[in-house]
Design a protein around this ligand. Structure first.
Ligand SMILES: *Cc1c(COP(=O)(O)O)cnc(C)c1O
Length: 392
């Protein structure tokens, strides 16, 4: 890095990986204990309990030692059998993507799909379940990050439970940025990770798994064992007297612990409030510059990501390089279907502070202006600032 000709960014305002808290950085630099040393075994149990507490679960969390994309694939492989019919809800790239994994394992896949700037209506889910009474598993992405949109996952959870199906929820980029917990959305498998709103580094997954989901996996003859895709292998790994199926990512677990301490000590409600405030200030600024938000309605815009429609015929590259080269600010692009349609400003972890919204609005406006699009940066900054209550 020291010898790289490219200067490191001054500010990282992305939708994951994100800028991490200083205490996470400190934790990642600690000595790496042996995984079977009693110190680490006790520590692992404590972190699993702490992560469970952060999710307001009555169980210790299951930690997988890879990015949540792996946990989502592992959940599909472990849970879904050739007897299952899966209803997959797709309002964006991650939702659609889960369907591809589900299709590999299930008897039949059916989907509710909406435009990628829209949200799933719980009534559509109820309708799909009436039309497909054999559905045993429903999968929902809470915040489909490449769209910056939220699905009403708690209401969807109620519909899923009324039907008697299992609910698989991807809350990777919403948990710890807003009020969302496994119990609220009736999740049987709830997947998150440290690398988004918790302000930690990417590389682990944190899951809450219900008894019903474990029972379903145990009854699934094709649920993998001795595999990185096995959830069952990690079921009891949190208990210090139990063996790890393979070496856990020791340094990452220390980083996760620090991210959880940050969240719980600051207080979840306070953390959610600053995510919400930052996103509101950012949206107000973007609109006041005469630019357009990607979500069809602000009521479905996520508090952890502001997706802005790319104006005119500009490209992602043009906006990114103007922001990065002139101001040293890194923003996120769209992905797959949303690539070159929108730019994402992340408000996750330590940068979920309103001052970063002001910076993002100014930089975004200046970047599109460099390419000939009119944007009233002054009005944008004023509007963003107007959202921020005066301190005393
Ligand atoms: C970040 C994220 C994941 C994890 O996927 P990666 O491709 O490993 O980053 C999963 N689901 C959602 C909604 C995410 O935002």
């Amino acid at each position: 890095m020291e010898n790289s000709p490219i200067k490191a960014p001054t500010m990282t305002l992305t939708s994951g990986p994100v800028a991490i808290y200083p205490r996470v950085q400190e934790a990642l630099s600690r000595p790496v204990p042996y995984d079977y040393d009693p110190y680490f075994q006790d520590f692992y149990e404590q972190v699993s309990l702490k992560a469970g507490k952060a999710m307001r679960s009555d169980k210790p969390a299951i930690i997988l030692h890879a990015e949540p994309a792996v946990a989502i694939e592992a959940a599909a492989a472990s849970l879904i059998s050739a007897q299952d019919t899966v209803l997959n809800l797709a309002s964006g790239v991650y939702g659609k993507g889960f369907g591809y994994w589900a299709a590999r394992y299930c008897k039949r896949l059916t989907e509710v799909e909406v435009a990628y700037n829209e949200a799933i209506d719980p009534e559509q889910v109820a309708e799909a379940l009436r039309a497909n009474p054999d559905v045993t598993i429903v999968s929902t992405v809470h915040h489909d990050t490449p769209s910056g949109t939220l699905n009403p996952v708690n209401e969807i959870g109620e519909v899923v439970k009324a039907h008697g199906a299992l609910h698989l929820v991807d809350a990777v980029s919403s948990f710890a940025g807003m009020d969302i917990h496994p119990i609220d959305c009736a999740a049987d498998i709830f997947i998150t990770g440290p690398g988004k709103c918790l302000g930690g580094s990417p590389g682990l997954s944190v899951l809450d798994v219900s008894e019903a989901a474990w029972a379903h996996m145990e009854g699934n003859e094709t649920s993998p064992r001795a595999s990185v895709l096995s959830l069952l292998d990690w079921k009891d790994a949190w208990r210090k007297e139990n063996a790890f199926p393979f070496t856990p990512s020791v340094a990452e677990v220390q980083g996760l612990d620090a991210a959880l301490d940050q969240y719980l000590e600051e207080g979840p409600e306070a953390v959610w409030r600053r995510h919400d405030l930052t996103a509101r200030a950012c949206r107000a600024g973007i609109k006041a510059m005469g630019l357009e938000l990607w979500p069809a309605r602000e009521s479905i815009a996520a508090p952890s990501t502001t997706a802005v429609t790319i104006p005119g015929d500009l490209t992602t590259k043009q906006i990114h390089s103007a922001a990065r080269q002139t101001y040293g600010v890194t923003l996120s692009a769209g992905r797959h279907e949303t690539y070159d349609k929108l730019i994402r400003i992340g408000h996750m972890g330590p940068v979920a502070e309103p001052i970063y919204a002001i910076a993002a609005v100014a930089v975004f406006g200046a970047a599109v202006r460099q390419h000939g699009i009119a944007a009233d940066v002054g009005a944008g900054v004023e509007a963003a600032m107007a959202e921020i209550p005066n301190g005393t």
